[in-house]
Every structure is written in structure tokens, then in C-alpha cells.
Design a protein around this ligand. Structure first.
Ligand code: P6P
Length: 365
């Protein structure tokens, strides 16, 4: 019988974690209620990969655990003055790091390192990648992560999220992890997902066999399968863009946004503009309701604002697995060959027919 032993003060991960709920409550009763926990789902899906070593399952379990810890702090953020506000430092993006950014980054890094199956991690919050091979010499995976996307929204109580992407390392196992292990095109992803810390906390992920969503029950600390086999509606009536950038956006973007705003009952236009300013929340809404999210090249962000490795590629993988489309305006996001860790690209993602309509205007870059 495994139990989680966690030093909550330092968040030292001491042992493999299983959902305590799984161990205490009779699994048969859960099955009768047709309830699947994330832990059970990960193990069931592992069986889909014959000969799988369970290492990817351990990575997903590590993400699950760190998400629970971050969720707990976010939910207290309004009260926990000690963790609110800026950490007094800046990340490579030159963005003021919120204390929760730094806290979340530490939790995910510790969780990955503790599982022994990840040899390195690249994070929005760290200028360079973090190598674990001294502790995990035989690990064959690398992880890219935005530990707390949209964190500037925390102080105004708007949803934020974690975004992650998992690859097999390219360099030989047992050697030092290298930059090339992280600079892989999105087509090489073995898993990707996000956690949205919103009115409820959800973890949504794919391992290349569809997309599944799990809702967290904080009362018992368990994620339950709530959105099996998620599909983005092929059409939608929501466009999501910071229209403050419209004048410095490419002509094709201007034309498409105007198209969304025109009156045409036959195509149910005008669409609705919805922009939360938190990519995870805007993407999650579009996953469920249908819609398009656009962050183009602008005068202040000539290559776009969003980062290829730990924002655009994971969402592109999820979108395609759910029947959607993700492009930089010229090419499929997942086919872009990265050249640097924090590389930015223009990003257009969402319902297939909406993205294809935007592409039909051309000049999106
Ligand atoms: P802007 C948050 O900083 C983020 O990376 C995404 O979560 C969000 O969609 C975007 O930037 C918001 O950027 O320039 O509209 O404030």
C-alpha cells in the first residue's frame, strides 16, 4: 500500500503518490458509479501502449500532484498576502515575476525531478533549461512548461493556468541533456496538456489518442474524468484577440476580425468577442464552445507574443487531437523547427472552419 509522504513546508516529494481516495474508497463502487479518477485513467491508458514502461504515467502523475499543490496556493492567493504580488524579480521575457509564478515553477520542477523519469525541464520562468541527469541518469523524457500562464491576472481573481509538453530526449540516454533535446518540432510531442485554475480546476491532456478533461474535487483531492474525448466544434461564434493590437496587426488579421464583426444572419455573424487575457482560459472555452484565438505579430511583438515550446506547441497538439487547427498564419505550428528555448511565434488556433476561414484572407503574418 503506497501512501504519499509529503513535507508540506518544503514540498519535498518523498514517495510515489497515488490518489489517497483511490486507496480508501472501494474501486468497484467507483466503477459502478462509472466514475474514473485521473490516476485510474492514466494506468488504464498505459495499457494501450504495449510494453510501455510506465514512465510517461509517472510524469503525468507528477504533474497531477504539483497541480494540486499549486491549486491550493492559488485558491488562497486572495488571503495569503505573503504570496501575492511581485516576487521582485523578472523572467527572461522581462515580465515581472509574480510570487506564485516562482512557487509554481519550483513545484513542477521538484515533482518532475523526484520521479526519476525526466532528465531536464525548460520553463518560461528559467532563462536556461534545468538538467536533472545527475539524479535521473537513465531518464528518457524532457518536459517544457509554463508553470503559471496569465499570472498577472491572479491579483484580479481571473483564471490562470499551467501548460506542459513532453518529448523523448534526442541525445543518448545517460549523457548530459542538451539544448537539442528541447528544440524539437511539436510533431515530436508524446504528451501535452494544461491545468486551468478557474471556477473549478481542470486538467486536460493528450498522449496522442484524443483529449480528455478531468475536474478536481478539492474536498477529497482527486481529479475525476468529466470531459471524455473532447472535440473542438468545427464551427464557432467566438473570436478571441486583444483588439488593442488591431491597428498594428497584419492586413489579413484586420480583414478577418472585420469579417467576424459583420452582420450576416446566414452565417450567424456578428460573432462574439471574448478575450480573458489568460491563454489557458481562452483556449479552454474555445475547446468546449468552439471559437478562434489569435495572437498575431504586432508592432510591440514582431514575432507574436506567445512562446512556441511551452504555449503554442502543447495547445496545437491538443487542438489537432480534438479536431481543430493551429497555425502561425503561414504553416502548421507543430511543423515549425524551434531555434531557441523562448522563441515566440504568431498563433492562430481553434475551430477548424474558423481558422481555415481566417487563412483564406491570406496576409496573416
Ligand atoms: P496581452 C499572458 O501573459 C499571456 O501569455 C497569455 O496567457 C494571454 O493570452 C496573453 O499573454 C495576453 O497578452 O498582450 O493581450 O496582454
Amino acid at each position: 500500500m503506497f501512501f504519499l509522504t509529503l513535507d508540506l513546508k518544503n514540498h519535498d516529494y518523498i514517495q510515489e503518490n497515488y490518489d489517497i481516495y483511490d486507496l480508501i474508497i472501494n474501486r468497484k463502487a467507483l466503477k459502478k458509479m462509472n466514475i474514473t479518477t485521473l490516476g485510474e485513467f492514466i494506468l488504464e491508458k498505459q495499457a494501450d501502449f504495449p510494453g510501455s514502461s510506465g514512465e510517461l504515467s509517472r510524469i503525468l502523475s507528477a504533474i497531477r500532484l504539483a497541480a494540486k499543490i499549486v491549486n491550493q496556493q492559488i485558491n488562497k492567493a486572495g488571503l495569503a498576502k505573503h504570496i501575492l504580488g511581485a516576487a521582485g524579480s523578472e523572467n527572461i521575457q522581462g515580465e515581472q515575476q509574480q510570487k506564485l509564478d516562482v512557487f509554481a515553477d519550483e513545484q513542477f520542477i521538484k515533482a518532475m525531478e523526484a520521479r526519476g523519469v525526466v532528465c531536464g525541464i525548460a520553463s518560461e520562468e528559467n532563462d536556461d533549461f534545468v538538467a536533472f541527469e545527475s539524479k535521473n541518469p537513465l531518464a528518457k523524457y524532457v518536459v517544457m512548461i509554463d508553470p503559471l500562464d496569465g499570472s498577472s491576472n491572479i491579483d484580479v481573481n481571473v483564471s490562470v493556468g499551467t501548460i506542459f509538453s513532453v518529448y523523448r530526449r534526442k541525445s543518448p540516454i545517460g549523457t548530459e541533456v542538451e539544448l537539442e533535446d528541447f528544440l524539437q518540432p511539436g510533431t515530436e510531442q508524446v504528451a501535452a496538456g494544461y491545468v486551468v485554475y478557474g471556477s473549478s480546476t481542470m486538467l486536460v491532456y493528450t498522449t496522442g489518442n484524443g483529449v480528455n478533461g478531468f475536474t478536481y474535487d478539492p474536498g477529497i483531492g482527486v481529479f475525476f474524468l468529466s470531459h471524455p474525448n473532447m472535440q473542438i466544434p468545427k464551427d464557432g461564434r467566438i473570436y478571441s484577440m486583444n483588439e488593442g493590437n488591431i491597428h498594428s496587426s497584419p492586413e489579413g488579421v484586420k480583414k478577418y476580425i472585420s469579417y467576424c464583426q459583420e452582420n450576416d444572419a446566414a452565417t450567424q455573424r456578428p460573432y462574439s468577442g471574448r478575450y480573458i487575457g489568460s491563454l489557458v482560459s481562452d483556449f479552454h472555452r474555445n475547446m468546449i464552445k468552439g471559437g478562434i484565438y489569435i495572437y498575431p505579430a504586432t508592432s510591440s511583438a514582431p514575432n507574436g507574443k506567445l512562446r512556441l515550446l511551452y504555449e503554442c506547441n502543447p495547445f496545437a497538439f491538443l487542438a489537432e487531437q480534438a479536431g481543430g487547427v493551429a497555425t502561425d498564419g503561414n504553416k502548421r505550428i507543430m511543423e515549425i523547427q524551434p531555434t531557441e528555448l523562448h522563441q515566440r511565434v504568431p498563433f492562430i488556433v481553434g475551430s477548424k472552419n474558423m481558422v481555415e476561414k481566417a487563412l483564406s484572407f491570406g496576409n496573416l503574418r
